[in-house]
Design a binder for this molecule. Structure first.
Ligand SMILES: *Cc1c(COP(=O)(O)O)cnc(C)c1O
Length: 359
């Protein structure tokens, strides 16, 4: 068996332990004589997986009792609409901070549903930094942020102070990269396919006072309240995706939980940006250094031709997924929790050799 170095942006690499566990019990899950994807979602066997996944989310993020954990479908993209559907309406307004492609999409959807303002935008600086100044409306229902900008390559290392207005965060590409204080957050959502597991599952974390203010006049499936009340079992959940996330979260816990993840993620960031900055301009990342993402590292070589040659030769050498997002070009290393420090060291060795031959 050959496993490549996988730097795909999403769906992305998963910890080998999580996949092996799934492989070992694929044909006979928990003595049921069936795979986990064949048992009833109302069965005891599945219920154990479902509740363990939720309990691990609570434990790893140290969620206080006033937060609900939901396991939904529709991706982060559905949350772009579902959040404002539940939280806006009438004269209610929300503030959005625009830091990249995904925050633009979130705002576009919210505008279809309710009143929105832009409280800060990084667009003028071509999204090379995270805003430090905000024009918050103290009467806003919430302030929406994108904690990590998967395509542009920037990340929040400190969250804005909203003066008590609940933060709503799209954490799709960096949830669980480190511990953080959830208290300012009214709602957090994340498509699972970057840092948590496979596609088809969306993690939603909702504070109870925010839930109480949600619009009751929505279709059943679009109301957060439905899923809170039914423990995310109102309808058939994505059982296999939840099971795999459970395996991933067991692995995260075994790594020392989020403090363990943070240590590895910071080390990967230190190594790769140190290398890029020390490459004499051969590899270039032009983002504001304090805002550089430790999840998605974007860079360019001296020409588009070399970008392409680099991606192709890397692929041939077993380093896959290094092409930048089609909207921005260049190269990108997505190094979520499952990417080891060793993998980044191997990649750096390859990048050194490539530079020596082409620099
Ligand atoms: C990938 C991504 C999305 C889109 O997620 P889907 O689950 O495909 O809808 C949204 N926001 C961010 C920050 C992402 O990285």
């Amino acid at each position: 068996m050959t496993r490549v170095h996988n730097y795909n942006a999403g769906p992305a690499a998963l910890p080998l332990d999580a996949l092996r566990a799934a492989q070992n019990e694929l044909l006979d899950f928990a003595g049921s004589g069936m795979s986990v994807t064949e048992v009833s979602h109302r069965s005891k066997e599945y219920e154990g997986v479902h509740n363990e996944a939720i309990a691990l989310v609570r434990e790893l993020l140290a969620l206080p009792a006033n937060y609900h954990v939901l396991l939904l479908q529709g991706g982060a993209s559905l949350q772009f609409a579902m959040a404002p559907m539940n939280l806006l309406g009438g004269d209610k307004s929300a503030d959005y901070v625009i830091t990249g492609t995904w925050s633009q999409k979130a705002l576009k959807e919210a505008k279809l549903v309710g009143k929105c303002r832009v409280a800060a935008s990084a667009e003028e600086g071509n999204f090379t930094s995270i805003p430090r100044e905000f024009d918050f409306d103290p009467a806003a229902q919430y302030v929406h942020i994108t904690s990590n900008n998967t395509i542009k390559g920037t990340q929040y290392f400190a969250f804005p102070n909203t003066g008590g207005v609940p933060l709503v965060a799209d954490m799709s590409s960096d949830i669980m990269w480190r511990p953080f204080d959830v208290a300012p957050f009214g709602l957090i959502y994340a498509g699972a396919q970057k840092n948590l597991g496979p596609a088809g599952l969306t993690l939603v974390i909702l504070r109870d006072d925010v839930l109480q203010k949600c619009n009751p006049n929505l279709p059943t499936m679009l109301k957060y309240g439905t899923h809170v009340k039914e423990n995310s079992l109102y309808n058939t959940p994505p059982c296999f995706a939840i099971y795999l996330m459970r395996n991933v979260l067991r692995w995260v816990k075994a790594q020392g939980g989020l403090p363990g993840m943070e240590k590895q993620n910071r080390e990967k960031g230190r190594l790769i940006y140190g290398f890029i900055d020390g490459s004499g301009g051969f590899y270039r990342n032009n983002l504001n250094p304090p805002d550089r993402s430790v999840m998605n590292v974007v860079f360019r070589l001296p020409s588009e031709e070399l970008d392409g040659k680099f991606v192709a030769e890397a692929k041939a050498a077993g380093f896959i997924g290094l092409k930048g997002h089609r909207s921005v070009g260049g190269c990108r290393i997505s190094m979520y929790n499952a990417t080891s420090v060793d993998s980044i060291n191997d990649l750096i060795a390859f990048m050194k050799t490539f530079q020596a031959k082409n620099g």
